[in-house]
Design a binder for this molecule. Sequence first.
Ligand code: GSH
Ligand code: FE2
Length: 361
Amino acid sequence: MLVFRQLFDPQSSTYTYLLGDRPSGQAVLIDPVFEQVRRDAALLAELGLKLVATLETHIHADHVTGAWLLKHRTSSRIMLAASSGAAGADRQLVPDDVVAFGGRRLMVRGTPGHTNGCVTYVLDDRSMAFTGDCLMIRGAGRTDFQGGDAAAMYRSIHEQIFTLPDDCLLYPAHDYRGLTVTSVAEERRFNPRIGGEIGVGDFTGYMKNLGLAHPKLMDIAVPANLRCGRPEGEASEDRGMPADPGWAPLRYSFAGVWEIDPHGLEENAGAVQVLDVREPEEFTGPLGHIREAVLIPLGELAERAGELARDRPVVAVCRAGGRSAQATVILQQAGFKDVANLTGGMLRWRAEGHPVDGGSA
Ligand SMILES: N[C@@H](CCC(=O)N[C@@H](CS)C(=O)NCC(=O)O)C(=O)O
Ligand SMILES: [Fe+2]
């Protein structure tokens, strides 16, 4: 079984694709974005997948790749086209290369035109292909910088993409209108830049007149991507990715919440404030509460957050870990930096045998 997820970076309108092989648990990411590495790593962990490789469709001009950062977090191998000219890859791909993840494979097709190092990845059964900024949904990548070549793109699309099966789904690296997927047959017919009877001369004429401004991040992104996303100063803080919190062992969830487990909280109990956001009758009810917990029901938290100390991390607690997750959001909005949610709430805290005040056995 194939695990497939399409992920979006709203800043650059980039799609990142997660493909996983369920039986082996091995996965790849196509075109990860630096600022989204924490999110992507959280999803891989929650799905029980091990990242074996990151693949680039090309050297991006509008965002920095997450390849280097993911390699440091997960030991994944960095793969991209030899023709991209990038330094620091673990494997340089050439056309017809095969990238394996567990029992599944991606085939590499050279599709230059947007840049001269662009490739398309085709899934083993030809049910889907990842076209980067070559063929886009009712569009095509621009050809006016980074060695772009409209005639080369015309050939790439006709010879490498339109030759795939009609119902092969095509997933681009970007879409600026929120469209997510297309197919070979519909692009062959309806693509306004290259579909129908449009010839190479028509296409190059169209592409010369797109009139697009250069990507805002181009001067930062291209040099960084030629290093596979390794920050110049090495430290990840240099590029907008704050370090993970160090005050306790925390886990970031795909839902966007920092989580602490009962064991981690007990180990760090002296250093944190425990905030219980249940209703008063629950606090004194059968589940009991954690020693020295401060009670502020969730509905009152926005107004009463000032009752909490700002110089100590806050761990929010409720019955099952749901309301307290929302409490971490409210606290962050109120300016608290070090906040975490007790995973599983009082139910898990008790089930794992940690001490409670009050409550019934
Ligand atoms: N406005 C965007 C740039 C968008 C852009 O130039 N995208 C490239 C892909 S790197 C493209 O090929 N666009 C084709 C199109 O918009 O038709 C930014 O500042 O990042
Ligand atoms: Fe691009």
